[in-house]
Design a protein around this ligand. Structure first.
Ligand SMILES: Cc1cc2nc3c(=O)[nH]c(=O)nc-3n(C[C@H](O)[C@H](O)[C@H](O)COP(=O)(O)OP(=O)(O)OC[C@H]3O[C@@H](n4cnc5c(N)ncnc54)[C@H](O)[C@@H]3O)c2cc1C
Length: 348
C-alpha cells in the first residue's frame, strides 16, 4: 500500500510557497488515483504551524513537522536530516516535493540515505494498473516520457508551474513533531546570511504571467543605419517595470556581450531561453526582435500563448511558431505600449 508524503519547506515568513501547493495538488491527484493509498504532509522550517493550518482542509490525514531555528535557512546537512526524519516517521513510500533549489539540492542525497530513488523535473503524476507513474520531458523538452519504479521510497520533484496550485482552505492542523538532532548535524556549516540582487535588478520572475523575450534585433542597425541600444534598454526596462514581466533573451543577444559588442547591460546568460537555455513556464509570451529559430523557440515549449514582433515577415516566427505575429518595428510598438500602460496601469 502506498503512503504518499507531501514534503515541503516553509518560506521565511512561515507561509507555503505556490510551488508547495502545486506539489500538494499533484500528491492529492495521485492519492485519489491509487486506491487505498494514504496522503500525509511533512513540513520543515523554523516554525511550521501557520503553514500546516493554511492547508488543514486538504485531505491529508496526518501532519508531521521538523521544527527548529536551524531549519529556517537552506543548509544541506540540516535539511537532509530533517527530510530523512520526516520520511521515516511517515513511513513514506512516495515522497512528492516541489522542485525548489533547496529541495533539488537535498532530496537526491536523502533518497540515497533511505535506499530509495529520485526523479527530478517531474511534470505529472498518474496511476497505471494500480501503480504510480511520473512523467517528465527529455532532450530539451522535446520528448515526454512516463516512468514507473518499483524501488521505494520514490522521491518525485515536481517542476514549479507544471500543476495548478491546490486551493484547499485553512483550519487547525494537528502536527506531530519529529525530533531531528540538529545540533549534531549543523555544527560544520554556518549560514552567515543571504546575498540577493536588488529587487529592480532581478529580471527573472518565474511567477510572472508574461515572459518578455528580447532578441539581437534590439542592438542591430535600424532604418536610419544607426544602432539604438540605450533607447532599446530604456524601452525594455520601462516595459518590465510596467508589466512586472519576466525577461528572457535569445542566445544571440546574450552572446553579443562576450563578443565585445554593444549589448543590453541587464542581460546575462541566466536570461537565455531555448535549447541551451531555460524553458520557463508562463501563461503568455511576447518575443521581440527575435528570429524564432528552432533552438530558440524550443524555450517556448511551455508558454501558453505566444506572440512575436519582428520586422521580417519570412522569419521563423512567421512560419507558424507564434500564435500571433506582428510584422512591425518593435521600437515603435513597445514605445506605444509603454505609453498606453503608463496611462492605464490596470491595463497590464
Ligand atoms: C546548437 C545550438 C543551440 C542553440 N541554442 C539556442 C538557445 O538555447 N537559445 C537561443 O535563443 N538560441 C539558440 N541558438 C541560436 C539560434 O539558432 C538563433 O541563432 C538565435 O536564437 C537567433 O537570435 P535572434 O533571433 O536574437 O537574432 P537574429 O537571428 O539576428 O534575429 C534578429 C531579428 O530581429 C529582427 N529585428 C531587427 N530589428 C527589428 C525591429 N526594429 N523590430 C522588430 N524586429 C526587428 C530581425 O528582422 C530578425 O528577425 C542555438 C544554436 C545552435 C546551433
Amino acid at each position: 500500500m502506498e503512503t504518499i508524503l507531501l514534503l515541503a519547506h516553509v518560506e521565511p515568513g512561515g507561509s507555503l510557497a505556490t510551488s508547495a501547493r502545486e506539489a500538494l495538488h499533484a500528491a492529492r491527484e495521485l492519492n485519489k488515483a491509487i486506491a487505498g493509498s494514504s496522503l500525509f504532509v511533512g513540513l520543515v522550517g523554523e516554525s511550521i504551524q501557520a503553514a500546516a493550518d493554511s492547508i488543514a482542509a486538504c485531505p491529508a490525514t496526518k501532519y508531521f513537522g521538523a521544527v527548529g531555528a536551524e531549519l529556517g535557512q537552506s543548509r544541506y546537512a540540516t535539511d537532509a536530516a530533517a527530510a530523512a526524519a520526516l520520511c521515516k516517521a511517515a513511513g513514506a513510500t512516495l515522497v512528492v516535493a516541489p522542485a525548489t533549489s533547496r529541495w533539488n539540492r537535498v532530496l537526491p542525497g536523502v533518497a540515497q540515505r533511505l535506499g530509495g530513488r529520485v526523479d527530478a523535473h517531474v511534470t505529472g503524476l498518474a496511476c497505471a494498473e494500480g501503480a504510480p507513474t511520473a512523467s517528465r520531458w527529455y532532450y530539451r523538452q522535446r520528448i515526454e516520457t512516463t516512468l514507473a519504479r518499483t524501488q521505494r521510497p520514490w522521491f518525485l520533484l515536481i517542476d514549479p508551474g507544471s500543476q495548478t496550485a491546490c486551493e484547499c482552505g485553512a483550519g487547525a492542523a494537528a502536527v506531530e513533531l519529529v525530533p531531528v538532532n540538529l545540533a549534531e548535524v549543523s555544527r560544520r556549516t554556518q549560514v552567515l546570511g543571504l546575498r540577493e540582487p536588488k529587487a529592480d535588478a532581478q529580471t527573472i520572475r518565474p511567477d510572472a504571467p508574461l515572459l518578455f523575450v528580447t532578441g539581437a534585433g534590439w542592438t542591430k542597425k535600424q532604418a536610419d543605419c544607426q544602432t539604438h541600444v540605450p533607447e532599446a534598454a530604456r524601452l525594455i526596462l520601462d516595459f518590465l517595470k510596467l508589466t512586472r514581466a519576466s525577461l528572457g533573451s535569445s542566445k544571440s543577444l546574450v552572446d553579443l556581450g562576450s563578443e565585445g559588442q554593444a549589448v543590453l547591460p541587464f542581460l546575462s546568460h541566466l536570461n537565455q531561453i531555448g535549447q541551451t537555455g531555460a524553458t520557463p513556464r508562463h501563461a503568455k509570451g511576447l518575443s521581440t526582435c527575435c528570429h524564432g529559430e528552432e533552438p530558440h523557440t524550443v524555450g517556448w515549449r511551455f508558454i501558453g500563448e505566444r506572440r512575436a514582433i519582428s520586422l521580417d515577415p519570412n522569419c521563423g516566427w512567421a512560419r507558424g511558431k507564434a500564435d500571433v505575429l506582428y510584422v512591425a518595428d518593435a521600437f515603435a510598438v513597445i514605445s506605444k505600449v509603454n505609453e498606453l500602460l503608463a496611462a492605464n496601469p490596470s491595463g497590464t
